[in-house]
Write a protein that binds this ligand. Structure first.
Ligand SMILES: NC(=O)C1=CN([C@@H]2O[C@H](COP(=O)(O)OP(=O)(O)OC[C@H]3O[C@@H](n4cnc5c(N)ncnc54)[C@H](O)[C@@H]3O)[C@@H](O)[C@H]2O)C=CC1
Ligand SMILES: [Mg+2]
Length: 316
């Protein structure tokens, strides 16, 4: 290519690269407060909704003007908007940023915004504007794993598996992580079926283990819940991908074996106690109740409460 042409080619490539980095459309003047033909983007365009604590939520996905905006113009507008919200006494700003508008994260961070949480297609950044240290609540703190202790009262046998992906092959109850919006008992029943082929129904909640800095929870806290399930199918057809072995074992053998985890051993002893003395000694049963304000329902787990105590009005 002749040197002159090469020079103009380089300029075009550099200009295109600059646009790509800034995320601006072809009509934008980089670094300006908007674009040459459209009106400048100002603080008033960052419209937000007020929440009951006095914070402002701005959802970038709902602002059409952002499509034609570069990050520098966004930063100017956000800085002016934050100044305005601060002077009005707002306590916090929440920025909801769709993943495809992530070019606005860095300018917001340079003004003091931090990540609050992220979902698969968006992130939420927050900035505390109130007096003193931030009082904004954090996001999710735990992952929830649920196992099913499937116990057949007719034979005294319990369903156990050995995990294929573990270094030590210990007997444990089948189980796995809860899905968003899934009830604890439903997770136990689903995981038991997926891993062993056994169909069962929820009876009670037996134990909860809380462990912090859990390696399997990406360094967050892990809540591991064990449920008592009643089987209604008995032929094992276990998942070769996750399990090495699966069998119905005498509960008394599981209590005795050393080849198990401390939590499985403890819950096996708890089950044996319930089997001998009555499951009401160990069961936290579940009841569905209406939430007061939201119109939703929730599940409450506790030791069985006699009916006359449920309906009593005072010191009856
Ligand atoms: N004390 C005990 O007896 C044990 C308790 N647990 C608890 O059980 C719960 C989790 O159960 P799991 O059976 O582990 O979960 P799970 O049954 O939901 O999923 C396990 C499967 O997910 C996949 N997987 C998980 N992490 C992966 C990664 N980083 N990359 C690729 N694939 C991955 C693998 O295919 C693995 O076989 C946790 O709450 C944990 O604390 C887990 C093992 C033993
Ligand atoms: Mg599992």
């Amino acid at each position: 290519m002749p040197p002159l042409l090469w020079g103009s080619y380089q300029r075009v490539v550099l200009a295109l690269a600059r646009r790509a980095v800034l995320g601006a459309g072809p009509r934008l003047s980089a670094g300006g407060s908007g674009c040459a033909r459209d009106p400048p983007f100002g603080a008033e365009e960052l419209r937000g909704e007020l929440d009951r604590f006095g914070g402002v939520s701005v959802r970038l996905g709902r602002l059409d003007a952002l499509d034609r905006l570069d990050p520098i113009a966004f930063q100017r507008a956000l800085q002016a908007a934050v100044q305005k919200w601060r002077s009005e006494g707002k306590v916090a700003v929440w920025l909801h940023i769709p993943i495809l508008q992530s070019r606005f994260i860095a300018p917001a961070a340079s003004l003091g915004f931090c990540f609050h949480h992220a979902e698969s297609d968006s992130s939420v950044l927050s900035l505390w504007l109130g007096d003193g240290p931030s009082r904004l609540p954090g996001y999710a703190t735990h992952q929830v794993g649920v196992a099913g202790a499937v116990f057949d009262e007719n034979t005294g046998k319990i369903l156990v598996v050995q995990d294929r992906n573990k270094l030590k092959n210990m007997w444990k109850f089948p189980g796995g992580l809860s899905e968003p919006g899934e009830d604890i008992g439903d997770t136990a029943v689903r995981e038991v079926f997926e891993e062993t082929g056994i169909k069962s129904e929820f009876r009670s909640l037996l134990s909860i283990r809380q462990q912090h800095t859990h390696p399997g929870a990406f360094g967050k806290s892990d809540m591991y819940i064990i449920c008592r399930l009643k089987p209604y199918s008995f032929t094992v057809n276990f998942c070769q991908h996750e399990c090495l072995k699966c069998e119905w074992m005498d509960l008394s053998d599981l209590v005795k074996t050393k080849n198990t985890t401390p939590i499985t051993s403890r819950v096996a002893r708890l089950l044996l106690y319930g089997y001998r003395e009555g499951f009401d000694k160990i069961d936290l049963t579940m009841e569905e109740l209406p939430a007061v304000y939201t119109g939703l329902f929730y599940k409450l787990y506790h030791k069985k409460l006699p009916d006359n105590y449920k309906t009593m009005t005072g010191m009856d």
